[in-house]
Design a protein around this ligand. Structure first.
Ligand SMILES: Nc1c(/N=C/[C@H](O)[C@H](O)[C@H](O)COP(=O)(O)O)[nH]c(=O)[nH]c1=O
Length: 360
């Protein structure tokens, strides 16, 4: 295998753990000696061993004089295990291939410096684009201390997410809805507005055949207006409610002591305040399932990093049907958010379009 193929293997191993390592990044490592793979490892869960620890444990003494391919710069800090840079030095590897540097300015380059001081050759950048994409959400959070926001909407071909009566069952297929649960599984948190809770009474849990992690359910509810029997108030998953400063938190909390309520200082909920609060709580990835008014707020304030549009081959019609992105229309087309399509894929009879705002 070529060095590109060894790094591609490390990247694949890292990609297979996306969503399960938060708040840590997903990392993969491959140890090679004499053209033979002698160790493969990935970071499987925050607090557990890093990828290099697993790969080097598998390689054992045979690692001496070999090379390691790692998708993120080896750490220099003491976590659950000693710094990976020290472990690589201890195993006397000859060369380290690093796909991308740590985004944290406090540690960026420190791992490389330590390896080079120990006389180990370091090559940076092999598979870098794929390594940056793989931990895109983590890197964004590290840089901004705000969650990476993905807007999700399911709509008809003419952009409707419900009929004028609010009916939306179902627009997209089972397959497309299953894909939504895969997205929920890899996100730290999911967010909807109180209108979606009142109209749809969603569970907002991850229901995959193979199981999966429930994201934290975040409800924007200015006046704590959701009904006491709403399904998201059950104890199947964590639920946080963000409300305005006029809401009667005391009454709500006495009725629902297990629900975390965050009261913002203003009477209206501003998305930028929501993202600051969630960032402080360590939420790195946020999946916004709407509805229309909520999407309108995120789009108007340009506070999203990606949108996933699931489009069904149906035409609903009706100017009074519910549109995917509500709120006020800008006066001019120039005020539209300019995006770039990053992928379009068919899922069952539907298509999933992923688009991102043009890099600022
Ligand atoms: N109506 C449709 C959707 N509707 C999405 C609404 O947010 C709906 O209330 C929640 O997805 C329901 O959540 P839960 O299943 O109770 O956890 N989403 C889709 O992907 N396709 C559709 O057709």
């Amino acid at each position: 295998m070529t060095k590109e193929e060894y790094m591609a293997l490390a990247l694949s191993v890292a990609e297979s753990t996306i969503g399960q390592t938060s708040p840590n990044p997903s990392v993969g490592a491959v140890v090679v000696k004499g053209g033979r793979i002698i160790g493969i490892g990935s970071h499987l869960q925050a607090g557990k061993e890093h990828a290099e620890v697993h790969a080097l444990a598998q390689a054992g003494e045979g690692a001496e004089g070999g090379e390691i391919y790692v998708t993120l710069e080896p750490c220099v800090h003491f976590g659950k295990t000693p710094p990976c840079a020290d472990l690589i030095i201890k195993h006397k590897l000859k060369k380290v291939y690093i796909a991308c540097l740590d985004p944290n300015p406090a540690v960026a380059g420190k791992g490389v410096a330590k390896l080079e001081q120990a006389g180990i050759e370091v090559e940076i950048g092999l598979g870098e684009a794929r390594a940056l994409e793989l931990n895109r959400k983590f890197f964004y959070f590290m840089k901004t201390r705000r969650p990476y926001v993905t807007l999700k909407a399911a709509m008809t071909l003419d952009g409707k997410t419900a009929t004028s009566s609010g009916d939306s069952k179902w627009i997209t297929s089972e397959e497309a809805r299953l894909d939504v649960h895969k997205e929920r599984d890899i996100h730290d948190a999911i967010l909807v507005g109180s209108q979606t809770v009142i109209k749809d009474n969603p569970q907002l849990t991850t229901r995959l055949p193979q199981g999966g992690k429930n994201p934290i359910r975040i409800i924007l509810d200015t006046n704590l207006s959701i009904h006491d029997d709403a399904r998201i108030l059950d104890q199947v998953a964590s639920t946080w409610i963000i409300c305005g400063n006029k809401a009667d938190v005391e009454t709500f909390s006495s009725n629902h002591p297990h629900i975390e309520v965050m009261q913002l200082p203003a009477d209206k909920i501003r998305i930028s305040d929501v993202l600051d609060v969630l960032g402080e709580k360590g939420v790195q990835s946020l999946y916004v399932e709407g509805g229309s008014t909520i999407h309108g707020a995120f789009v108007r304030e340009q506070l999203f990093q990606e949108c996933h549009w699931y489009i069904a081959p149906k035409l609903l019609g009706g100017a009074n049907a519910i549109t995917a992105v509500g709120g006020e229309s800008p006066l001019f087309m120039n005020d539209a958010s300019s995006l770039t399509f990053t992928s379009v894929e068919q899922i069952g009879p539907d298509i999933k379009v992923v688009a991102r705002p043009k890099e600022a």
